[in-house]
Ligand binder design. Structure first.
Ligand SMILES: C[S@@+](CC[C@H](N)C(=O)[O-])C[C@H]1O[C@@H](n2cnc3c(N)ncnc32)[C@H](O)[C@@H]1O
Length: 387
């Protein structure tokens, strides 16, 4: 069993646990079969969940979560108010049990965070860590491929090993970015909310009239699909189960994933954005192993788009978008454009400034939540068809 900490944007902790419960049956046990392990209630803290699960289950969260930022493996925790306490306890941490230090050329990256603690000088803390590591021949280096996290909160030190590597929002498909792109984990959260609203089996066409580099549509197309193609840190752990070292381990997932029937339509009036979508499509198909994806894109002003021809009896039609808000990009009448387009849709899921109050014929507000996105206070609203 391992103790894992899964980080997430503050406010999304409950959603993260619902997401984990949803994809849990898609994860595999060491025999390559869908897991028979139960998922235990996590310990919730602001910005993450702590789960006690078998190691192979904790590691796989990296493949499936679209909301999580990082998955840490807790190694130990102890009280320390003085450097000698910190050093004495650090000496007991057996890194060589998990990491192949020779392979790492005896280098390790160390990140320190401290909060309301007596040990509160990052440089001195790092020096103490280096003192201990020197005895084991390990050098702290920002270039190292594995990272140890040291968090000191009210004099309690928690030592964790990163299992993720590059932050999870880096899915591997968004080489080309437009202006003010949405972080993939936030786009993933919007898509998660969409499927919670319409049901995960629903057939849906998603229209993004301010598509930029297409993040929301790519997140929709990859909803419920594991990202198996990235290089995760834990795959290089000594403790990585043998199954994941076999040349064919990825095949174990085929056929287990339930992929919603989604098609996407992207509009942007910026030529570079549309070109980015087209270039990212190639990386996306490679990353998530699609031969083709039902995504069309058009260079147009959304004010001139008519959604009526898209309506059909077999699919819902939803607008999911992150428009320009007039904060970092000129808003360009985006609210009015959305109000008009949404009249022909089954729903609208949109990020917007708090002061925008939408009035949409045929749709009513179902939910709203305020959040902070890179320094901007924003609202996420969901509108659905009037009952
Ligand atoms: C905030 S960005 C969207 C970013 C996108 N969610 C992403 O992650 O890449 C807004 C986009 O709306 C586009 N835009 C602004 N007004 C538009 C209009 N009237 N019609 C179509 N696109 C428009 C801009 O070119 C910009 O790419």
């Amino acid at each position: 069993m391992g103790r894992f900490f899964v980080s997430v944007q503050p406010g999304h902790e409950d959603a993260l646990f619902r997401e984990i419960r949803n994809f849990w049956p898609q994860m595999i046990d060491l025999d390559g079969q869908p897991t028979k392990q139960p998922v235990a209630e996590p310990l919730k803290t602001a910005g993450g969940l702590q789960l006690e699960v078998p190691d192979h289950m904790g590691y796989q969260i990296n493949f499936f979560s679209k909301l999580a930022g990082r998955v840490l493996l807790r190694l130990t925790s102890f009280e320390a108010r003085y450097f000698d306490q910190l050093e004495r306890n650090l000496e007991k941490v057996d890194l060589a049990k998990v990491l192949d230090l020779d392979f790492l050329k005896k280098q390790l990256n160390v990140k320190v965070e401290h909060h309301k603690s007596r040990l509160n000088n990052e440089k001195n803390i790092l020096e103490a860590v280096q003192n201990v590591f020197s005895k084991k021949g390990i050098k702290i280096s920002a270039e190292a491929s594995q990272t140890l996290y040291i968090r000191i909160e009210k004099d309690k030190v928690t030592i964790s090993l990163d299992t993720t590597g590059e932050h999870l929002h880096r899915r591997g498909y968004s080489t080309f970015r437009g202006e003010a792109p949405l972080r993939e984990t936030l786009a993933g959260y919007m898509i998660f909310k969409l499927f919670e609203t319409i049901g995960s089996e629903a057939a849906v066409q998603i229209f993004d009239p301010f598509a930029g580099s297409g993040t929301l549509l790519f997140e929709a197309m990859s909803a419920h699909r594991p990202n198996l193609e990235r290089d995760y840190s834990w795959l290089h752990f000594k403790t990585a189960p043998k199954l994941f070292k076999s040349p064919t381990w990825k095949k174990n997932y085929r056929g287990y994933s339930t992929v919603p029937a989604v098609s996407g339509f992207a509009v942007d009036k910026d030529e570079k954005s549309i070109a980015s979508i087209q270039k990212n499509t190639e990386d996306f198909k490679r990353t998530f192993q699609f031969e083709k994806i039902p995504l069309t894109s058009e260079l147009a002003d959304s004010a001139n788009i008519d959604l009526k021809p898209f309506k059909n009896a077999d699919q819902l039609l939803w607008i999911v978008t992150n428009p320009p808000y007039g904060m970092r990009l000129a808003d360009d009448g985006a609210k009015k454009i959305l109000e008009k387009l949404a009249e022909d849709a089954d729903g609208l899921l949109v990020i917007h400034p708090e002061k925008w109050k939408f009035s949409i014929k045929n749709l009513t507000q179902k939910s709203t939540e305020v959040f902070n996105n890179q320094g901007l206070k924003l609202t996420l609203s969901v509108f659905t068809k009037n009952q």
